[in-house]
Design a protein around this ligand. Structure first.
Ligand code: NAD
Ligand code: DAU
Length: 356
């Protein structure tokens, strides 16, 4: 049975990845997470209590703790998702982004390199350091064109520049030391268990509470949306079959303006959960000041991962967004715990005896 480290496994995408890997493989997963405001062990659902899931409440910036985890668990690879991930927060307070995304990735690379250097040849060759990154490192597109693996880096927010820095570090560790690395750059994810600071869950929960739906600028910025389980399936494929040293772009070819996304959410809510006063949810739409430096358009060309590894998304935007709205409507306990802050006590109630 192989052991794989997942960093950031209590976050939105990390928890979806652990739910997938516990269901689809026999791997032992060591979930390394600091449990920032974005970390929520309730998001692991049943996978969290599986004996093949081992939770470690650890900051990736802590080199001694990371060395101890490598020595104790002898993983065959690591999928690194831990990060500060919200652009607006990076604008208001970039410090944590520099610390976790850059220093944290550097610390992890050094701990991984020390461990990997001591492995016997077959294990050294098989080891993988998979860094999960974003399409935002490529900057902003005009009306046409797509990001590919060879697009020049042009990050423009504190978040995206910290992620770009970490991508450069990962490539440098591959080029200089031969560490077998993989990088994936994915577009905007949406789906169950996303923290309600990001566009899709924020709009759903505000609408249900009868609060304004804040649309930055004119609502005409474009994002390329991908259902989170399509992303995690791509991550598993790249981790297992990707070419060491390579980069893979991941995206669903679902370009939408923010206004189109909000209108879709409002129509779905009108159908699935009509307001008691008969008012259409779209009447809550409110234009607010634009995000400083707001990137205009993102869009991914995912041809390489399709051709090399046979990946393609299983969800269309229509099917994925309906599943997402239905999930938020059906999971009021998770939402209530997030909104009340109760989710932060979950570790004491459920994990105290199992920490490593
Ligand atoms: P998230 O904010 O939901 O989760 C991040 C997780 O990392 C949390 O559980 C948090 O507790 C943990 N964490 C933060 N700092 C840590 C530290 N110092 N040590 C250990 N754990 C720490 O993020 P997400 O949306 O799930 O994104 C996961 C990764 O995927 C990130 O690297 C992000 O850049 C990348 N990504 C996200 C998207 C997206 O649309 N959400 C798209 C492409 C790439
Ligand atoms: O492209 C991948 C990136 O997608 C990931 O790397 C990031 O971690 C992830 O947070 C996401 O970044 P965005 O900034 O695109 O996501 P966000 O949900 O914050 O915003 C999506 C769009 O919606 C963006 O154009 C800003 C706009 N927006 C967002 C919020 C929260 C609004 O108009 N109103 C809002 O209240």
């Amino acid at each position: 049975m192989k052991t794989v480290f997942i960093t950031g496994g209590a976050g939105f995408i990390g928890s979806a990845l652990i739910r997938l890997l516990i269901a689809e493989t026999n791997w032992r997963i060591v979930n390394i997470d600091k449990l920032t405001y974005a970390g929520n062990l309730e998001s692991l659902a049943d996978a969290g209590s599986n004996p093949r899931h081992i939770f470690s409440h650890t900051d990736i910036c802590d080199r001694a703790a990371m060395d101890a985890l490598f020595a104790a668990h002898q993983p065959c690879g690591i999928i690194h998702l831990a990060a500060e991930s919200h652009v607006d927060r990076s604008i208001h307070g970039p410090g944590d982004f520099i610390q976790t995304n850059i220093t944290g990735t550097y610390t992890l690379l050094e701990a991984a390199r020390a461990y990997w250097s001591g492995l016997a040849e077959p294990e050294r060759r098989a080891f993988r350091f998979h860094h999960v990154s974003t399409d935002e490192v490529f900057g902003s597109l005009g009306a046409t064109g797509l990001f590919t693996e060879t697009t020049a880096y042009d990050p423009r927010s504190p978040y995206s520049s910290s992620k770009a820095s970490s991508d450069h570090l990962v490539r440098a560790w591959q080029h200089t030391y031969g560490l077998p690395t993989l990088i994936t750059n994915c577009s905007n994810n949406y789906g169950p268990y996303q923290f309600p600071e990001k566009l899709v869950p924020l709009m759903i929960l505000n609408a249900l509470a009868g609060k304004p739906l804040p649309i930055y600028g004119k609502g005409d910025n474009i994002r390329d949306w991908l259902y989170v389980d399509d992303h995690t399936r791509a991550l598993q494929l790249v981790f297992e079959h990707g070419q060491p040293g390579d980069t893979y772009c991941i995206g669903g070819r679902n370009e939408m303006t923010n206004m189109q996304v909000v209108d879709t959410l409002c129509s779905l809510l009108d159908r699935l959960h009509p307001g008691s006063n008969g008012q259409a949810y779209a009447t809550l739409k409110t234009f607010v000041a634009d995000r400083p430096g707001h990137d205009r358009r993102y869009a991914i060309d995912a041809n390489k991962i399709a051709a090399d590894l046979g990946w393609k998304p299983q969800e269309t935007f229509e099917s994925g967004i309906e599943k997402t709205v239905a999930w938020y409507l059906g999971n009021t306990e998770w939402i209530t715990h997030v909104q009340s802050g109760e989710y932060r006590n979950w570790i004491d109630r459920n994990y105290a005896k199992r920490q490593s």
